[in-house]
Design a protein around this ligand. Structure first.
Ligand SMILES: [Zn+2]
Ligand SMILES: [Zn+2]
Length: 367
């Protein structure tokens, strides 16, 4: 079994014309198939995928059949440049890279206002393993299109594993949320939900000096939260958070809340444990069906700010890469399971039904 660090130098052309890929067929069905290796054009690169994280947003699209098949998901991709198209000078075969699948145009109404995730070009997926572009990381090779090669690829420094590197995209999305609520070192921050994303929030916020109070229903995840810098972690069903929040703030409530899980009543809990004027970030409320009920006065009279953040920011690409590549954030420790493509079903099942002992799940398509 090759290690996550195995460095295989490419000759610059891929001998194989077919590869293995986990193809989403529609109706929540994923099948591992033999498909053509994508062909690249001018300005594009082909990347041999070494590690790709399984992300809840992909799982949601599969479980709820939100997009028609066939398509190949997977967007937390780290690998090796296998081929470069004409005109590509910044990358060469053998370079170890991570790739962002969404990159904004930089020119439009939304880009001018730094709302990159709303940019029409950003919404177009620029990395594919075939079919309708959808990230493609659950395959052995992906093709990065020209506007992605221009601004959406970062080289992985020597000594950093592909497993560590595949976290650059999720760390970027967390960092983007954190910039919105801007926790200060003397703030008390409640982080609700300590799955892989909640734990990344905990790592970053605690590292910047704020006091973190975490919640999760799973004891193992609460333990991780404390290991990664949370002051205390609570079972949200037992009321400990509200009590600790008041105790630590002279009865005011926490200054900032990050809602990193979706559960009935969780935003209401964020309001309840926070002080007037608190900033509350909704990070996991991605369903149009989800309803939130808070009193108008808790926002208006008590002057709380509710904000949302979704997906990555190109402005934070270097900073997120640096946080991951420097190992300032021990994100690789979040990986609980690694699967070859042939066992991706097990990985998806496990990710869909989180249990204590499972955290971040990655696919290693070259195994
Ligand atoms: Zn993701
Ligand atoms: Zn734009």
């Amino acid at each position: 079994m090759p290690t996550a660090n195995s460095e295989v130098l490419s000759s610059g052309s891929v001998a194989a014309t077919t590869m293995q890929a986990a193809v989403y067929k529609g109706s929540s069905v994923v099948e591992v198939d033999t498909v053509p290796v994508p062909e690249i054009g001018a300005g594009e690169i082909l990347i041999r995928v070494e590690t790709c994280g399984i992300c809840p947003t992909d799982l949601k699209k599969i479980a709820y059949n939100l997009l028609p098949g066939p398509r190949i998901f997977g967007h937390e991709t780290a690998g090796v440049v296998a081929e470069v198209g004409t005109g590509v000078t910044r990358y060469k075969p053998g370079d170890r890279v991570i790739v962002f699948h969404h990159i904004p145009c930089g020119q439009c109404f939304y880009c001018k206002r730094k709302l990159y995730a709303q940019c029409p070009v950003y919404k177009r997926v620029g990395v594919t393993a075939g079919y309708e572009p959808a990230g493609g990381g659950f395959a052995q090779y992906v093709r990065a299109m020209d506007w992605i090669v221009e601004r959406g690829v970062e080289k992985i420094p020597p000594g950093v594993s592909f497993d560590q590197a595949c976290f650059v995209e999720p760390v970027n999305t967390c960092l983007k949320g954190i910039k919105q609520i801007d926790p200060q070192p003397d703030d008390v921050v409640a982080i609700l939900g300590q799955g892989p994303v909640g734990l990344i929030f905990t790592m970053i916020v605690a590292r910047d000096g704020a006091t973190v109070l975490a919640t999760d229903t799973m004891p193992g995840r609460r333990e991780f939260a404390c290991r990664f810098g949370a002051e205390e972690a609570f079972d949200p069903r037992q009321g400990g958070l509200e009590k600790a929040a008041m105790q630590r703030t002279e009865g005011r409530g926490v200054d900032v809340v990050i809602v990193a899980a979706s559960a009935p009543g969780i935003v209401e809990q964020a309001v309840r444990c926070s002080r007037p004027g608190a900033r509350i970030l909704l990070f996991a409320q991605t369903s149009h069906q989800e309803r939130i009920e808070v009193s108008g006065a808790s926002i208006c009279m008590e002057e709380r700010t509710l904000c949302g953040a979704y997906s990555a920011s190109v402005d934070l690409q270097k900073e997120s890469a640096e946080l991951v590549f420097s190992r300032a954030l021990p994100v690789e420790d979040l990986i609980s399971h690694r699967y070859p493509l042939s066992q991706i079903h097990e990985g998806i099942e496990r990710a869909l039904h989180p249990a204590d002992g499972s955290l971040k799940i990655v696919v290693q398509p070259q195994r």
